[in-house]
Design a binder for this molecule. Structure first.
Ligand code: NAI
Length: 768
């Protein structure tokens, strides 16, 4: 006689397939589909098929959006925008609330449609995707209501172009459309070509709730349609997808003044310490890399496990993995459904082949006919192996071991990405330490893949920039309060001074130097150029590289904490005050006063630019922490040299960044005079580095440098375009607070601090 546990082990699952008849009727009735423009569905144009990846069956024909379709949609959105923005926040909130209610009412329908179109298990679309869609619209209904109270002075951007991927089709739509509309923008959204059906069902919901025509427009099609939207007359592009396409978009938008947010790929670490609850961690892996067939940008795809527990962990992992059911997505007991398309399946398998050819061992991960791949992982894998470097975007993790926490962090951060990370340890001290040290935008402690509309999501480095969710997510859909515009003077191109020419200011000879790593340095090229009051060094690429290197070494600055940084800034203010009269002989009194004011102001802020503890999920502490970028590049305007330099550099360092600053090209000496002030104010070497010379050339080198994580550029529009192009290559955000009077109070404040940090969201579930 068998024991109950044995019976449980050997029992077969009976199929329990969700009924798809209502969805099929809807498809038959409504297909072939046109676009949704100006509140109506257009006649279908040239079409292509969208398929159920689990069977290969055609589900419907979709229209391939042309540039004209995109232009029509943008026009409709433009026409609707003024009226939409004019509504009160409460009125917009009612619409968003109604959308949330309708999504809830159609939860089953939308889950089945999503699963049919995408191949994800119905359990996931029903329990994760669609409830989160509703949650996003509720949350952002609240933002519409409270916008004027919580973000006074901010205004809508206008028309937003939004391009989304296929891994969470309706959820990504919600992440984009909900904040866009709450802020008073109208949108043109392009869903992914594999998975457009729920977006079209969403268009129907917009009609049902009576959303004004043109507020939401949906144009279907492939990458060409997406590219047309990027080039269209929109005020912002929000993109989620591959890093390659993200990079292209950043380069296309360079110099257009359009706002951009990018949510790109990842190769996120999943760290298991020796004191972790291994059973829970194994479940975490399942939620992490085997959720949604591993087609998750923030999947914990690199498992790093402490060597001392690795054998036990792997045994548990294999047991768990072998129990996962790969099967029909509509079956309620399926854990792993279909990969979205044969193209993606081939892509996953080819990376796995490259990984095994390079010596890694693949456990599980077998392909089956159709679009199915069993869960698996690569072991014995070296850091340079393609499986370790590339985003596999399938149900295949990598597994490697480490000995110490430092080694774990080194491995974790050894990637060009920085989207997420998951850490497992029963020690709060250890877990929070790891969370702080991983360079990524979202960290889950003893958990994985948790999402909420209130919790900002987004990456560091090549995972993109900008955040979605919560307050910082709202800011990405709003224009900053306007400042009184002041015209910048044009920059004169410096000519290098003839060899040996001395600089005379009448009384004293002045030949300034560069300031790198806390020391005055001669420029690499040895040349100087004439400026008012003397000679300034003509810095070159090598000087920029040396300065970045020095800045990258100044990591202690961030670790000092806000209070200690404030002390240094106060000291700078004090020392500058003591020499105010002397500085005023070289520049205006107003500038000197502004410079002192900036140091005082940001000293005050250094320990007060707080993060937030957001209400994302009960039983979970969700902290949003402002983290410095690391090394920031700052190209100062040519005007008000001292005031502009201090207005830009003080907030950046107050937040814990180190800076490489290019001083005002035509009048840099008031800035080079600051070296002694910094030296006597306990500012650690390398926190502020100053280069003088041809701003445009220097700024491009700085913008293209991999170690520089964010760039501020103030100056000429044509030069800004080149800087944005250079920065697009390695996906760094560029901010350009142009045309202000740097001695006035609108050249200081919270906005500067916000652009000097990136939000890190840390999830910590509690409960004994
Ligand atoms: P993709 O980046 O090409 O597609 C994402 C979206 O961008 C789709 O709507 C697509 O039509 C659109 N698109 C494509 N080319 C465009 C262009 N030139 N301009 C504007 N829009 C464009 O990603 P794809 O090819 O579907 O997947 C390839 C790989 O990308 C995946 O294996 C995965 O590694 C990564 N990926 C990452 C995602 C994420 O959430 N971070 C989502 C989807 C893919």
């Amino acid at each position: 006689m068998s024991r109950v546990s044995e019976i449980m082990e050997t029992m077969e699952y009976g199929p329990s397939v969700e009924d798809s008849s209502a969805v099929r009727e809807w498809l038959a009735k409504n297909g072939p589909f046109g676009h949704f423009i100006g509140g109506k569905f257009t006649e279908p144009g040239a079409t292509f098929a969208t398929r159920d990846p689990s069977t290969g069956e055609d589900l419907a024909q979709l229209s391939q959006g042309s540039a004209d379709d995109v232009a029509d949609a943008v026009k409709a959105a433009r026409k609707a925008q003024r009226g939409w923005a004019k509504l009160s926040g409460s009125e917009r909130a009612r619409y968003l609330y109604a959308i949330a209610r309708h999504v809830q009412k159609r939860e089953r329908f939308l889950s089945v449609l999503e699963t049919l179109d995408n191949g994800k298990p119905i359990r996931e679309s029903r329990d994760a995707d669609i409830p989160l869609v509703a949650r996003h619209f509720y949350h952002h209904a609240g933002w519409a209501e409270l916008l004027e109270t919580k973000l006074p002075g901010y205004t809508p951007l206008g028309v937003c172009g939004q391009i989304i991927p296929w891994n969470f089709p309706l959820l990504m739509l919600a992440w984009k459309i909900a904040p866009g509309l709450a802020a008073g923008n109208t949108v043109v959204l392009k869903p992914a070509e594999y998975t457009s059906l729920t977006a079209l069902a969403f268009a129907e919901i917009c009609q049902e709730v009576g959303l004004p025509a043109g507020v939401v427009n949906i144009v279907t099609g492939d990458g060409d349609t997406g590219a047309a939207l990027v080039s269209a007359d929109v005020d912002k592009i929000a993109f989620t997808g591959s890093t390659e396409v993200g990079r292209k978009i950043a380069e296309t938008l360079a110099g257009t003044g359009r706002k951009l947010t990018l949510e790109l790929g990842g190769k996120s670490p999943f760290i298991v310490m020796d004191d972790a609850d291994l059973d829970a961690a194994v479940d975490g892996v399942a939620d992490s890399i085997w959720f949604n067939q591993g087609q998750v940008c923030c999947a914990g795809s690199r498992i790093l496990v402490a060597e001392s527990v690795a054998d036990r962990f792997e045994r548990l992992l294999q047991t768990r993995m072998n129990r996962l059911r790969v099967g029909p997505p509509l079956d309620k007991s399926t854990d792993i459904g279909a990969i979205v398309d044969p193209v993606q399946k081939d892509r996953i398998m080819s990376i796995c082949r490259a990984a095994t050819d390079d010596g890694a061992e693949l456990i599980g991960g077998h392909p089956a006919s159709g679009c199915f791949i069993a869960p698996g992982y690569l072991r014995n894998i070296q850091p340079a192996n393609p499986g370790m470097q590339q985003e596999i975007f399938g149900p295949i993790a990598t597994l490697s071991t480490f000995r110490t926490a430092d080694e774990a962090i080194e491995l974790a951060n050894n990637t060009r990405y920085g989207l997420a990370g998951s850490v497992w340890s029963e020690s709060a001290t250890v877990a929070t330490d790891l969370a702080a040290r991983i360079k990524a935008g979202v960290i889950w402690i003893n958990s994985a893949n948790m999402f909420d509309a209130a919790a900002p999501f987004g990456g560091y480095r090549e995972s993109g920039f900008g955040r979605e969710g919560g307050r910082v997510g709202m800011l990405e859909y709003l224009a900053e309060p306007t400042v009184k515009a002041v015209k910048e003077p044009a920059v004169t191109k410096p000519a290098a001074a003839p060899d040996g020419e001395a600089a005379t200011t009448g009384v004293i000879d002045r030949t300034a130097k560069l300031y790198i790593g806390g020391a005055q340095k001669r420029p690499d090229g040895g040349a100087s150029y004439k400026v008012p009051g003397g000679l300034a060094p003509l810095g070159n690429r090598k000087d920029i590289r040396n300065a970045v290197e020095a800045a990258a070494k100044a990591t202690k600055w961030a670790a000092m904490g806000g209070h200690a940084r404030a002390q240094v800034l106060y000291f700078i203010a004090e020392n500058l005050s003591a020499r105010a009269t002397e500085f005023a002989t070289r520049t205006s009194k107003a500038e000197v006063e502004a410079a002192i004011a900036r140091a005082f102001h940001y000293a005050a802020w250094a320990d007060k630019f707080d993060g937030a503890n957001v209400q994302a999920k009960t039983g979970t502490l969700v902290n949003v922490i402002p983290e410095p970028y690391g090394v920031m590049g700052i190209a100062c305007p040519n005007t008000q040299p001292l005031a502009s330099f201090m207005s830009l550099v003080m907030p950046a360092i107050a937040m814990g960044n180190s800076v490489v600053a290019i001083a005002a090209q035509d009048d840099p000496l008031p800035v080079t005079d600051l070296y002694q002030v910094f030296d006597t104010s306990d500012l650690p070497g390398g926190v502020v580095n100053i280069i003088t010379g041809v701003k445009d050339e220097l700024a491009q080198t700085l913008a293209a440098h991999d170690e520089v994580a964010a760039m501020w550029y103030v100056g000429d529009q044509a030069d800004l375009t080149r800087v944005e192009q250079a920065a697009g290559g390695n996906l760094k955000p560029v901010w350009s607070p142009t045309n202000r009077d740097w001695t006035k109070s609108d050249a200081q404040g919270e906005i500067f601090l916000r652009h000097a940090m990136q939000a890190k969201t840390i999830w910590l579930p509690y409960g004994a």
